[in-house]
Design a protein around this ligand. Structure first.
Ligand code: SF4
Length: 415
């Protein structure tokens, strides 16, 4: 056993030299060896206009009552929004005309303007870039599978977690999205899906994953409110199944513990990408705060409280984190905390433009997966949807923002 540990230490030392590409110093760094720094401070301070989806049903009733309208109108209005996916008050013919302007202004401002739509994977993937009220851009991706239709949503414009392999991480954090801005991504996707725009999958949106731009747990309050709106039945929300919603985090251990207490058994996905602090410190700057051990303890706690098996996300990067000995180390870390509580999803890296990092070879992917499986870890390779349309997280919105700047903020309808 001592021999195995010693050899792993040697392997780590050998691998260390390759973990930081020297032609990619972090933004603003004076030396290529400087580490990227995470940030929780938004560059923009403004708040999106208040929206029906920001409010509980009770708050919607209060607001209507204080404006002199009967509280029952809140149920009608909410059913239009969450059941009929209708956000245009002029189409809500059961609402009195005298109320419609108030509703439009107070509850249903237009939060998302479609800036670009790209279709890939033979029509089974649709990626949208949305312009927000303050000119920032976010993206969401709708994916049809044989048995489900999944939306990947953004929770922030940009991201302050600075993961060096991620396009969004290179943008920094512009601002947190409001609950309304998150929920509007879902409503718009439901409309697209129900119109039959995808070539594959059920017409009804069934799954939502917080794997778009941003670290959802940094925007904790708005994201938890959005989870309520997604899960609760109309007129409270859309009535999606909690087990079909995944919150993905880079590893904010204290907020994982907090999320476990919310009582919404959503799936937790942990973007681990390395089982050892030596490598993870370089790949995931947030690891400087929350180490692998603390993160996996929090994830195990989440499983115990919610009964939901945790997904461990692992982007396989060629010659960096895809060694079979690292697969074994990952298995050891998971098995040390019990069996059957975690499911590993390796995914070949979807490289950002200009990155020298690239996806592992097929052979190495297989070797990695086999090592995990032979150690008793449930493992499924995830596919890389949208890789032909700037599919890496944040890549398309980054490109739209760049073109927008280049065009002097001219309106972009497609990229
Ligand atoms: S990988 Fe996720 S957490 Fe890391 S920078 Fe990108 S969006 Fe943020």
């Amino acid at each position: 056993m001592t021999e195995t540990i010693a050899s792993i230490e040697e392997l780590k030392a050998q691998a260390r030299r390759q973990v930081r590409p020297t032609d990619q110093p972090p933004e603003g760094a004076t030396s290529p060896d400087a580490k990227p720094i995470i940030s929780f401070t938004a560059r923009r301070k403004g708040k999106a206009p208040s929206h029906l989806a920001d409010l509980t049903l009770e708050k919607r009733k209060e607001l209507l009552k204080s404006a002199g309208f009967p509280a029952f109108r809140a149920d009608q209005l909410s059913r239009h929004y969450f059941s009929n996916l209708q956000a245009d008050p002029s189409q809500m013919t059961d609402l009195p005309e005298s109320m419609r302007d108030f509703v439009a202004e107070t509850f249903l401002p237009n939060l998302l303007e479609k800036k670009a739509e790209l279709i890939a994977d033979g029509g089974s993937t649709i990626k949208n870039v949305w312009g927000l009220y303050d000119g920032t851009s976010v993206e969401s991706v709708l994916m049809g599978y044989r048995d489900r239709t999944t939306l990947c949503v953004s929770s922030q414009a940009g991201c302050g977690m600075a993961c060096p392999f991620c396009a969004t991480g290179q943008m920094g954090l512009t601002r947190n999205l409001s609950t309304g801005e998150i929920i509007e991504q879902v409503r718009r996707a439901m409309i697209t899906s129900e119109a039959g725009a995808l070539s594959t999958g059920p017409a009804r949106l069934s799954n939502v994953v917080f794997m778009g731009m941003g670290e959802p747990l940094v925007n904790y309050r708005a994201v938890v409110e959005a989870l309520h709106r997604m899960i609760e039945p109309p007129p409270y929300g859309f009535g999606l199944s909690a087990r079909n919603i995944t919150v993905s985090t880079v590893g904010m251990a204290p907020l994982i513990l907090k999320l476990a207490e919310v009582g919404l058994p959503v799936t937790l996905a942990v973007s681990l990408h390395a089982p050892d602090d030596e490598l993870r410190d370089d790949l995931i700057p947030a690891n400087a705060r929350w180490k692998v051990g603390e993160l996996l303890d929090a994830a195990r706690h989440y499983f115990e409280v919610t009964g939901r098996r945790v997904s461990i996300e692992y982007a396989l990067i060629k010659d960096m984190n895809d060694h079979t000995w690292r697969a074994q180390l990952l298995a050891d870390e998971l098995n040390a905390r019990g069996s059957g509580w975690a499911h590993v999803n390796p995914i070949p890296l979807n490289p950002t433009p200009g990155s020298i990092w690239t996806a592992s070879t097929k052979e190495q992917q297989e070797a990695f997966v086999n090592q995990l499986r032979s150690a008793g870890i449930r493992t499924t390779i995830r596919d890389t949807r949208g890789s032909d349309i700037d599919g890496a997280c944040g890549q398309l919105a980054t490109e739209v923002t760049r073109k927008q700047k280049a065009a002097g903020r001219a309106k972009i309808t497609n990229v």
